[in-house]
Ligand binder design. Structure first.
Ligand code: GN1
Ligand code: MG
Length: 363
């Protein structure tokens, strides 16, 4: 995209200062991001983002969610007299017409204030996992009493009954003729299906609430200052009503696996209890006050649900001919499926230890 178009887009938003330059920032896989530098030394710089409308079809809902969430968090921080609030919550900037996005060239764009001197981290350590647990527990806690109803930016994203329906359709259609060769995986999925739908059943019975979850819980989605203090949670596109299990389980699915999610070295896959323990300790510290006994009791279930759900999603995609997840070789989604199945089995073996650890934390 040309500099003059990028500057034109940036200028549709209510920014302070004069746009001097717009240049690429970071390397996100979903959205495309730019830094907007303003000419004046005392004016903030901004982040301009092209929103991936293929993954997030309802941009209106998406931005309504994000503005509701950031506004609510800001109020909470103000009530606590937190210092430096502008660095502790993202601040989105409206357009001159009041909307929080601008359409140019059939693409959706948004702007937020750049938080200066912030750094991000990647990788998994027990210390880092404890911070992730605390930070996302706090994020959920601040949103536990948000007064507005948010939308599901990806419908049924973490609904296991819906994911199993997609899997059953894929088996029935068997578009690629792959089902006969992978009966063992179909059986492994089927034999756990009933237990794994527990969350949706509890929800229907009114025993399990949906709250606001981030749904992409990882250390990469936290900004830190230069002294390693947490500033804020970022990447709010998947923030939506869900079970708290979404953040708890999906973090462990990726962080507690000793192998990458597409490694074919299944015998090297372990479910890391050191990560489980430090993450859970951090999470309970900030989330405990609002969690119900049923939510707490089902945290080990959540640690199994997410490898299971990802198995179901990768495997359905394999049967459908690999239309959702990008693949590098024909059996890639099958390898991912076997990897997640192995992780699930390793997590199942650790369940008694998880239960004991949580009990000890609450004592
Ligand atoms: C996708 O794009 P990425 O890697 O952040 C997927 C997640 C899966 C993950 C598995 C919108 O996330 O739900 O857990 O792949 N995101 C979407 O690798 O489907
Ligand atoms: Mg992501």
């Amino acid at each position: 995209m040309e500099q003059k178009d990028l500057q034109h887009i940036a200028n549709q938003f209510e920014i302070n200062g004069t746009v001097a330059e717009v240049k690429p920032l970071g390397n996100g896989l979903i959205n495309t991001t730019y830094k907007v530098t303003t000419a004046e030394a005392d004016a903030p710089d901004y982040v301009l983002q092209h929103i991936n409308n293929a993954i997030f079809p309802d941009v209106d809902m998406l931005m309504n969610n994000i503005v509701a969430v950031t506004t609510h968090i800001r109020k909470k921080l103000e009530a606590k007299h937190t210092d430096d609030i502008d660095r502790k919550v993202l601040h989105f900037v409206p357009c001159k017409d009041g909307k929080y996005y601008y359409i140019f060239d059939n693409k959706y764009w948004r702007v937020m204030v750049l938080i200066p001197d912030a750094v991000s981290k990647t990788g998994v350590t027990p210390e880092g996992s404890k911070i992730v647990g605390e930070t996302f527990g706090d994020f959920q806690a601040m949103l536990a009493d948000i007064p507005v109803q948010l939308g599901e930016t990806i419908k049924d994203f973490h609904n296991i009954e819906f994911r199993l329906q997609q899997f059953h359709d894929a088996v029935k259609e068997d578009k690629m003729g792959r089902a006969a060769g992978v009966k063992d995986i179909i059986d492994e999925i089927e034999k756990r299906a009933d237990d794994m739908c527990r969350s949706e059943r509890l929800y229907r019975e009114g025993k399990l609430p949906k709250r606001i979850a981030h749904c992409d819980t990882k250390i990469d989605n936290i900004l830190f200052d230069k002294n390693d203090n947490v500033l804020c949670v970022i990447d709010l596109d998947t923030v939506m009503p869900s079970f708290i299990f979404s953040d708890f389980g999906d973090f462990l699915r990726s962080a507690a696996n000793t192998q990458p999610e597409d490694s074919p070295e299944y015998d090297k896959i372990e479910f890391r209890m050191d990560i489980f323990k430090s993450f859970t300790e951090g999470y309970l510290k900030t989330a405990r006050a609002f969690l119900t006994p049923i939510e707490i009791e089902n945290l080990p279930y959540a640690a199994k649900l997410f490898p299971y759900m990802q198995l179901v999603r990768f495997f359905a995609d394999y049967l459908n001919g690999d239309t959702y997840y990008k693949i590098q070789y024909p059996e890639h989604n099958l390898v991912r499926s076997r990897n997640q199945l192995t992780l699930l089995k390793r997590a199942e073996e650790k369940e008694p230890e998880m239960v004991a650890f949580i009990k000890q934390q609450l004592a």
